[in-house]
Design a binder for this molecule. Structure first.
Ligand code: SF4
Length: 341
């Protein structure tokens, strides 16, 4: 059986034409699957019973199975989903003020091997399909309470989204389609560890905010904590960001995990300010949060404040992102509580 959650509107147009039906059927099905979050073809009551029966011969709607939901006192919820092949992925709903951000995983595991990241240390399984990506959004909708609604989506969970390029691009299409989840493009952010050729491609083809996880100001340190730097060193990455086509009033988010004694000195802050010159950006500083098996330590609040001060003095918009839901180990991997909207 093929899963209808794996089909974009364009894909459905092809399916429909093959089945000899009129094109508007594709829009009906697409809306049922993503906007109305149907869980079975039988729910599509504006489609004739005969056609539904035909569809059911080859197609079904299958979701991720939510195994566990952990809720922290600040309203942040982390949920663990199981996929058809028993792979498990995490997603997090991060509550902050009037924002509720869903952090989505793009891969089961991650091949990037960042040393400050729990996911990176446990290896890569596979890319997620469009159905598994959008399934996280649908599961999150089911966890909402009262008048809550998701305001932002970040691809910042397990995995390197640009290493799952095609499915992630389709997913962003479904997220932002007014027949799909209908999020505004500027409420969706993709975060990358710095795959330079894919950043270039995303700049041409993608339509969402870009965040880059930088985390060091010298190749020596970045090589150590982010193996991707050996392939795409800092200068190459910065050159690509300088060229990156930004729509009006948009900026790139630079994420910087502060790790005690490794990348949090005054010199680092000054180098970071120089590196970012001529890149329209906002800086997110994320004090490292230790996890079992990690050899890194969190910086002191004074160090974070001083680093923040230097970047701010250099004229950048900079914020310190504190961990949300720390007690439930929220956020898969990368950047606990680091998101942008
Ligand atoms: S930080 Fe992101 S890119 Fe790096 S290993 Fe973790 S999940 Fe992968």
């Amino acid at each position: 059986m093929k899963n209808l959650r794996d089909f974009t509107h364009e894909d459905l147009l092809a399916v429909i034409s093959e089945l000899g039906e009129r094109p508007y059927r594709a829009e009906q099905i697409f809306r049922w699957v993503f906007q109305r979050r149907a869980t079975s073809i039988d729910q599509m009551t504006d489609i004739s019973k005969a056609f539904r029966e035909r569809l059911k011969e080859e197609y079904a709607i299958t979701g991720n199975t939510v195994l566990e939901v952990k809720r922290s006192v600040d309203g942040t919820r982390k949920f663990l989903s199981e996929l058809a092949d028993s792979s498990r992925i995490e997603s997090v709903l991060i509550a902050e003020g009037d924002r509720l951000t869903l952090c989505v995983s793009s891969q089961a595991g991650c091949a990037m091997g960042c040393k400050f990241c729990m996911t990176g240390m446990s290896g890569f399984t596979r890319n997620l399909t469009l159905a598994e990506l959008s399934g996280q959004v649908i599961s999150a909708f089911e966890l909402l309470e009262g008048t809550e609604h998701i305001t932002n989506i970040v691809l910042m969970g397990m995995g390197e989204p640009l290493a799952n390029y095609d499915n992630v691009l389709k997913f962003i299409g479904v997220l932002t389609s007014n027949m799909g989840f209908n999020f505004s493009h500027n409420k969706v952010t993709l975060s990358t560890a710095g795959l330079v050729p894919a950043i270039k491609r995303f700049g041409q083809e993608g339509n969402a905010n870009l965040a880059v996880s930088l985390n060091a100001t010298t190749d020596e340190v970045r090589d150590k904590i982010m193996p991707v730097n050996r392939k795409y060193p800092i200068e190459e990455l910065m050159a690509e960001l300088r060229r990156y086509p930004l729509k009006s009033r948009k900026y790139i988010t630079i994420e910087y995990v502060l790790i005690a004694g490794l990348n949090d000195t005054d010199d680092d802050a000054r180098r970071l300010s120089r590196l970012l010159r001529s890149i329209p950006c906002k800086v997110n500083l994320i004090p490292f949060n230790s996890f079992p098996g990690s050899s890194f330590a969190s910086p002191s609040p004074e160090r974070v404040e001083r680093f923040h001060y230097i970047i701010k003095q250099a004229g950048y918009t900079v914020i310190v992102r504190l961990s949300k839901g720390a007690e439930i180990q929220a956020a898969c991997g990368q950047l606990r509580g680091a998101y942008e909207g």
